[in-house]
Design a protein around this ligand. Sequence first.
Ligand code: ZN
Ligand code: ZN
Length: 276
Amino acid sequence: MTPERTTALKGVLEHGVGAAVIVQTGSSGGRSGLTACFADLGVNNGPVVSIFPTGLHRHRVTLGFGRFARQCIDQMRHAPAERMTVARALLRRAAAVGHCTISPSQDLETWAVTSSEFAVEIIVPNVREPAAEEAIIQTAEMVMVPLMATLAELIGYDDAETEAVEFDIEGRVTEVMVTRRERSPRNRLLCLSIHGHQCVVCEVRPEILYGEAGSIIEVHHLEPMSNLVTPRTYDPATDLVPLCPNCHRAVHTRRPVPWTIEELKELRRIADARIL
Ligand SMILES: [Zn+2]
Ligand SMILES: [Zn+2]
């Protein structure tokens, strides 16, 4: 794999995962592939994710832990419930690409990292030319990115400062939490992989409008501070939607409770009717 491609992939990974990573090319059974780990943990003190061609038309993506990863695993075991929810949603995205096995024997809905024995294997079928760089990069983007994001969420990269105020029960604080959810690179990754890169209000696709400069779609949290009395469990799959920057600004012009998606669509219809 060329250094340019490895660098490009590192960029894609870091953007989706929200942490610094190291990407290395390597070989296994005489076939070349890719290995990635978190920059601050290296291959020994944390998780390692690899992609290698296997069989005739498959990729094998694996996650395992380094020899000295105990401290990192302890940190993951004590991840808050919300992070666990996000992590499981991210792993479901990675697993959807192929056949996923979590060991020691666990399932996608309830898994938890309990020891360094924890391992994930995802077999990606129907890869036309598994040894081709393009194919490996594609699998890296579809599987390695959400898998690394799963781990980053549990380890708790980013936002140490907002985490601390989450428990202070006041409207303003909920706003901080909403902001954190909207800005989290992992929540963004989840939201866009579920809903696509299209604004749910005006249906604009910035990447089509602006080409290379079009990665400006934003993530909006649907149920902020409206339900403090009976808070329900946060579900990143349904509570986050993509909005273009204009619609996102418009939604938040009403405070403290933003316009709903339907309300904003209705406002647009009324405005449109006025123009015609
Ligand atoms: Zn829009
Ligand atoms: Zn928002």
